[in-house]
Design a protein around this ligand. Structure first.
Ligand code: DX5
Ligand code: ZN
Length: 232
């Protein structure tokens, strides 16, 4: 079942020299989760942050920390991120060597279990894993950098995964990550997403703009608006 839209600012687009303040600011501005992008310069061509940063940010918000691991190998680091304070731990289906074991490891640590797919990976790759996860994260850019453009061809994949989730009868979040702005947010939600990661679109314009930026992303999809207009 598609749930109310939740917004997860990606701190990749925040001011790294004052990340604690930035996390507090988006928390006060109405964010629902804090999205933390972890990159290793191997699985993706960029390096970002590690478990010590998750630990340092933990006291700055009561919101869930949504940790997106773009690393391979991933298994040796899961327990460290769990101890550091991650609430959701998402690994990539492409990361190997045994995604099922990775997901079971996250589950065994009492954390929410997420699975992510790169744009080139078909929805079918996660079909056998749907019973093991609490969240599916569809990448709508090639992972590695913030500020890229939304890959529209992923909308069909979002819809396919929405059907897969609904058919499972399980409560699974469908999160979309990459190139989200007010317009692509509507398209992603219409396609079936209920959680949106937004880096650039959240942090643009400085602290005073965060609440309005987040509010714009939460706007209902076009067809909902049309239905509301018809009934009023
Ligand atoms: C990309 C990351 C995204 C990224 C989103 O590899 O997973 O979370 O920070 O940034 P925007 O919203 O700027 O596309
Ligand atoms: Zn991410």
């Amino acid at each position: 079942m598609q749930q109310a839209v939740r917004i997860a600012p990606s701190i990749l687009a925040a001011d790294f020299s004052r990340l604690g303040d930035e996390v507090r600011a988006v928390t006060a501005a109405g964010a629902d989760l804090i999205h933390v992008d972890v990159m290793d310069g191997h699985f993706v061509p960029n390096l970002t942050i590690g478990p010590d940063m998750v630990k340092a940010l933990r006291p700055h918000t009561t919101l869930p920390l949504d940790v997106h691991l773009m690393i391979a190998p991933v298994d040796p680091f899961i327990a460290t991120f769990a101890e550091a304070g991650a609430d959701i731990i998402t690994a990539h289906v492409e990361a190997g060597p045994d995604i099922r074991r990775t997901l079971e490891l996250v589950r065994s640590l009492g954390k929410k279990v997420g699975i992510s797919l790169k744009p080139a990976t078909p929805a079918a790759a996660i079909q056998p894993l749907i019973g093991l996860v609490d969240l599916v994260l569809v990448m709508t850019v090639n992972p590695g950098f913030g500020g890229q453009s939304f890959i529209t061809s992923q909308l069909d994949k979002i819809t396919e995964i929405r059907r897969m989730i609904d058919a499972s009868g399980r409560m699974i979040d469908l999160e979309v990550d990459g190139g989200i702005n007010a317009e692509t947010a509507r398209a992603a939600v219409s396609a079936g997403a209920d959680m949106l990661v937004a880096g650039s679109a959240t942090f643009k314009g400085g602290v005073g703009a965060y609440a309005a930026n987040i509010g714009r992303l939460r706007a209902p999809p076009d067809d909902t608006r049309r239905a509301a207009a018809r009934s009023s």
